[in-house]
Design a protein around this ligand. Structure first.
Ligand code: AMP
Length: 214
């Protein structure tokens, strides 16, 4: 099963994507996580990506597309994958469609996790991330067992630079301008499904499972 998660930053698509990956036994491919790992390891890609990410801007398509195409060509992705944070622009979506068409494949579902803008800013200021293992928390809805400490690896949790309120506003503008058009793109492909992201996380996941099947 090949799934794309759509939705504004902070809509909860990452949390849902991780659960989908676990339930359907497919890899969770998050471009944000890949960029953050590169930043942490001080790679050239990481240095370039950071300049854009810190400003709330998208990393250019030419740095993003090849990386995803290489990842989905790996062995563990041959039975499907869930893409989280990619595509984020029409050219990225077109590159993905073209790469899959070449090998006689196509995406199965694009799931839009819909949350109004007014809910997003509050949500993101409560987000906490572990920069070591990539786990994410929320001080209200998904608190770690011990405040400020990652349940999984014991590292310190932080508010990501790009989750700071001013950057969040910028990211929302970028979302509306560049990513929201993908809703129409996948609607035209006939694979768009929408779920309301303002419900409790478990309900959102149950709605998604209804769409994907048990
Ligand atoms: P995320 O963790 O998905 O919210 O991504 C964090 C940041 O990484 C975004 O605000 C962008 O700067 C960058 N990023 C992640 N995925 C993409 C993508 N598909 N295209 C361009 N930039 C991306």
């Amino acid at each position: 099963m090949k799934i794309i998660m759509l939705g504004a930053p902070g809509a909860g698509k990452g949390t849902q994507a991780k659960q989908i990956a676990a339930k359907y036994n497919i890899p969770h491919i998050s471009t944000g996580d890949i960029f953050r790992a590169n930043i942490k390891n001080g790679t050239e890609l990481g240095k370039k990506a950071k300049e854009y990410m810190d400003q709330g801007l998208l990393v250019p398509d030419e740095l993003t597309c090849d990386l995803v195409m290489d990842r989905i060509a790996q062995d563990d992705a041959k039975n499907g994958f869930v893409l989280d944070g990619f595509p984020r622009t029409i050219p990225q979506a077109e590159a993905l469609t073209a790469a899959l068409t070449k090998i006689g494949q196509s995406m199965d579902f694009a799931i839009d996790v819909d949350v109004p803008d007014e809910n997003i800013i509050g949500r993101m200021s409560g987000r906490r991330a572990c920069l070591k293992c990539g786990a994410t928390y929320h001080i209200v809805s998904i608190p770690p067992k011990q405040e400020g400490i990652c349940d999984t690896c014991g590292s310190e949790l932080v508010l990501r630079d790009d989750d700071q309120p001013d950057t969040v506003k910028k990211r929302l503008d970028v979302y509306h301008a560049q990513t929201q058009p993908l809703i129409e793109y996948y609607s035209k492909q006939g694979i768009l499904k929408s779920v309301s992201g303002t419900q409790p996380m478990e309900t959102v996941f149950a709605n998604i499972v209804e769409i994907l099947g048990e």
